[in-house]
Write a protein that binds this ligand. Structure first.
Ligand SMILES: C[S@@+](CC[C@H](N)C(=O)[O-])C[C@H]1O[C@@H](n2cnc3c(N)ncnc32)[C@H](O)[C@@H]1O
Length: 332
């Protein structure tokens, strides 16, 4: 059981009614709170929740339409995503209670201040390195649209400027990552056919590639519904068409690909991110057709070359700079 769920269950009597659990972990919490429903935007967690509690968790970037008496936000990493979630839920809880739970190392103490606009927050519990906060919503806000929180920037590319739109919580929100910038400089001579942008975030790599090679079919894949929604906005802003899918890891990708491009997830300390990247390197060959290519950027300290050579084929370092490497490997 996730420690945040354990903290909620210490006060289980508060959560017996129709409570909405926003950003809930994929553990047994829904089993312990029979009238609760989830709101999830991580495709892997959603698949696990669906398998165990069919129909009890809503997937997407907008709160479910169904009514709820109270709601709990599980503190996400990004402050602006927390703001979006709290606003979306507080706007529907006038006079009722909104809770925020999170780990101390994730900054729950500071994040609790984000409850101030709605009323007077109160710390209810502190245990398992987590805190549970509560506010009675005295000032219910107007719901802000997600699009109004989007950030936009322009990227000068050889083919003309590319507009990139990102939503709260999405990787490199509002700016271009240095690793992605390096990969953008090394997208020449890609085999044509069906291309995949793995872990697409705001869709910057996919959109740039579609702009440069318009006759190729393109799929963008991310585990996070906010990333997929951002990619759709980026594509639309540039008049580009491609398939955007949510799914957990390379297993969710199509087969018969000509190239996989990625600035793969690497966040230190988060096991699933390492797993997603290692699994990509192990299984890229299965998703690529013969002659298909994997091209990725990674921090130079991450030693991916042996893993790629073991599972795909000869792996060249195409470029190196500012602490990043571009790897290129072909399925032989
Ligand atoms: C380093 S970011 C790169 C984002 C974007 N391609 C760019 O260059 O700005 C890695 C992306 O991988 C996504 N990701 C993490 N785990 C994943 C998984 N299991 N399956 C698919 N995507 C995943 C993250 O949500 C994030 O958007």
């Amino acid at each position: 059981m996730d420690p945040r769920s354990e903290v909620l269950l210490r006060q289980a009597e508060l959560f017996q009614g129709s409570v909405l659990l926003a950003g809930l972990p994929a553990d047994d919490l829904l089993g312990r709170l029979p009238d609760a429903h989830g709101w999830c935007w991580h495709a892997g967690d959603q698949a696990a929740l669906d398998a165990r509690f069919e129909g009890r968790s809503h997937f997407g970037v907008n709160a479910p339409e169904r009514e709820f008496e109270t709601a709990v936000v599980f503190l996400p990493k990004a402050k602006d995503l927390t703001d979006y979630l709290l606003n979306a839920l507080a706007s529907r809880l006038a006079g009722r209670t909104l809770y925020l739970v999170g780990e101390k190392r994730s900054g729950i103490e500071g994040a609790a201040k984000q409850l101030n606009p709605f009323g007077k927050p109160r710390k209810l519990d502190s245990a398992r390195h987590c805190q549970l906060w509560q506010v009675t919503v005295a000032n219910a806000p107007e719901a802000r649209s997600l699009e109004s929180l989007a950030q936009t920037y322009e990227l000068p590319l050889a083919e003309g400027p590319l507009t990139v739109i990102s939503l709260p919580g999405v990787f490199s929100h509002g700016r271009l990552d240095r690793g992605s910038a390096l990969l953008l400089e090394h997208l020449d001579k890609l085999p044509s056919g069906h291309l995949l942008d793995f872990g697409c975030g705001a869709g910057v790599l996919g959109a740039a590639v579609k702009r440069r090679y318009p006759h190729n079919q393109l799929t963008l894949l991310d585990v996070d519904a906010f990333a997929a929604a951002s990619s759709r906005l980026t594509l639309a802003a540039n008049g580009l068409e491609a398939e955007v899918i949510t799914g957990d890891g390379i297993d969710a990708a199509p087969m018969g690909l000509s190239a996989i491009l990625s600035n793969p997830p690497f966040h230190v300390g988060v096991h699933t991110d390492y797993f997603a990247t290692e699994n990509l390197l192990r299984k890229a060959a299965k998703h690529l057709k013969n002659g298909g290519e994997l091209r990725l950027v990674a921090n130079s300290f991450l030693k991916y070359q042996p893993l790629i050579e073991e599972h795909l084929g000869v792996c060249a370092i195409k470029a190196e700079g500012q602490g990043f490497r571009i790897y290129r490997a072909k399925r032989g």
